[in-house]
Design a protein around this ligand. Sequence first.
Ligand SMILES: [Zn+2]
Length: 65
Amino acid sequence: MTCPYCQAENADKALVCASCGRDIAVPATLIAERDDLLRKRDQLRDELTRARDEVEALMRRRKSR
Ligand SMILES: [Zn+2]
């Protein structure tokens, strides 16, 4: 993980930058929020896929008539 303040390279799980000593850990609330957004994104993707399939099925039905 690169320190956003001094650009020094730190271990991925570092809580504090080894170079400038600033707090670089991502707050747990932000991580939880991100996980929530990722879940919602996956749900939307599933819905989109289903909707697309439905439209395709409708088009096919219309064509065969
Ligand atoms: Zn730093």
